[in-house]
Design a binder for this molecule. Structure first.
Ligand SMILES: Cc1ncc(C[n+]2csc(CCOP(=O)(O)OP(=O)(O)O)c2C)c(N)n1
Ligand SMILES: [Mg+2]
Length: 353
């Protein structure tokens, strides 16, 4: 008993990166949740319960969890379509995220957004965008609003390596820098944009010269190290809210699955995938770190896995049993006052030529 108590007292006092054991366990739990949630989503997709596109974030969990652990609830977040995890991390009920994937009325976007369009006004999550790079200019716009209203919050744009070669990236970074907007640009470089390897797409191997081109601070971080990502994000956020302007962060990571469920990934080798999965799995790396620090034991990991498995099964049950949106729901939320939708609905249809 005395030994156990001594161990518990030691664990309670131990920290890593200035975080308590409870906070570190929470980060670990969230990484496992994101992984298992999407493994379940992939299973349901295969069963035909989820339609359309499904882009999984599996392999990139450390980047998301570290990033969101550094945000405040009022911060705006905009992202691309690989965003189921962001929605959960921003505070949406995972049940509503799963139901959204199923296209059910109980989904966060009432079943009308689907995988690529997670949204929550309450949690300041403004998409889930399908247009590569679109979120960067929107984040700059929000940055102007924040600055104009003198608020202490940021707009965070998460995007992939593929967005860097869009014009929107350059427009957004330039204006954000000129006007010192409270925006953080976080590139999750998972080394592929669909089938295009970043090594073939970028004329320079890092984002550093691009950030320099816009006079913007640049931070490169190991995206498989959740605490390193958190530190970078804390620094960038602090700079943004204290008037120092935007930061470009490059978080180097790897997606373990194809671009979407439909992608057989012929453009890279199975050996390369195996190497990342066996030596750079962000969850395993974090578990090793916590174990080394004497903060976590195998039984803690099993307990978290069991807890998450039960939770995820419940989210899938909820989504399965939820109702579909009705035909009338199709006409709701089309315009702010609903009138446009009614007019559109009652307009006589024009015969096709
Ligand atoms: C403006 C635009 N061009 C092309 C596409 C087609 N497209 C969809 S995803 C994608 C790849 C984006 O890759 P990246 O930004 O690296 O994000 P990742 O999928 O790796 O997370 C492309 C080219 C699109 N959706 N929007
Ligand atoms: Mg990519």
């Amino acid at each position: 008993m005395a030994i156990r108590e001594a161990r518990e007292a030691r664990e309670a006092k131990a920290t890593l990166a200035g975080l308590s054991r409870e906070q570190l366990f929470d980060m670990h739990y969230k990484m496992v949740l994101l992984r298992r949630f999407e493994e379940k989503a992939a299973e349901e997709y295969t069963l035909g319960k989820i339609g359309g596109f499904l882009h999984l974030y599996i392999g990139q969990e450390a980047s998301g969890v570290g990033t969101f652990s550094a945000l405040q609830p009022d911060d705006y977040v905009l992202s691309a379509y690989r965003e189921h995890g962001y929605a959960i991390l921003k505070g949406l009920d995972p049940k509503a995220v799963m139901a959204e994937l199923f296209g059910k009325a109980t989904g966060g976007s009432k079943g009308k957004g689907g995988s690529m369009h997670m949204w929550s006004n309450e949690h300041h999550l403004l998409g889930g965008q399908a247009i590569v790079g679109g979120q960067l200019v929107m984040a700059a716009g929000l940055g102007i609003a924040i600055q104009y209203q003198n608020e202490k919050r940021i707009a965070l744009a998460l995007f992939g390596d593929g967005a860097v070669d869009e014009g929107a990236f350059h427009e957004a970074l330039n204006l954000a820098s000129v006007w010192k907007l409270p925006v953080v640009f976080l590139c999750e470089n998972n080394q592929y944009s669909m089938g295009m390897a970043v090594t073939k797409a970028w004329a320079v191997p890092s984002l550093e010269p691009r950030a320099a081109g816009y006079g913007m601070p640049y931070l490169k971080v190991d995206g498989m190290d959740t605490l390193a990502v958190r530190e970078a994000m804390l620094e960038a956020r602090e700079r943004a809210v204290s008037g120092g302007g935007p930061t470009l962060i490059e978080s180097l990571t790897y997606r373990f699955r194809g671009h979407s469920m439909a992608d057989p990934a012929y453009y890279r080798t199975r050996e390369e995938e195996k190497l990342w999965k066996t030596t750079r799995d962000p969850i395993a790396l974090f578990e090793d770190k916590l174990k080394e620090a004497g903060l976590m034991a195998d039984r803690d990991i099993s307990a978290t896995n069991d807890r998450v498995d039960a939770e995820v099964a419940e989210y899938a049950r909820f989504a399965n049993e939820s109702p579909d949106p009705t035909i009338d729901d199709l006409y709701a939320d089309v315009t702010v006052d609903g009138r446009g939708a009614i007019a559109w609905r009652t307009k006589p249809s024009t015969p096709r030529e």
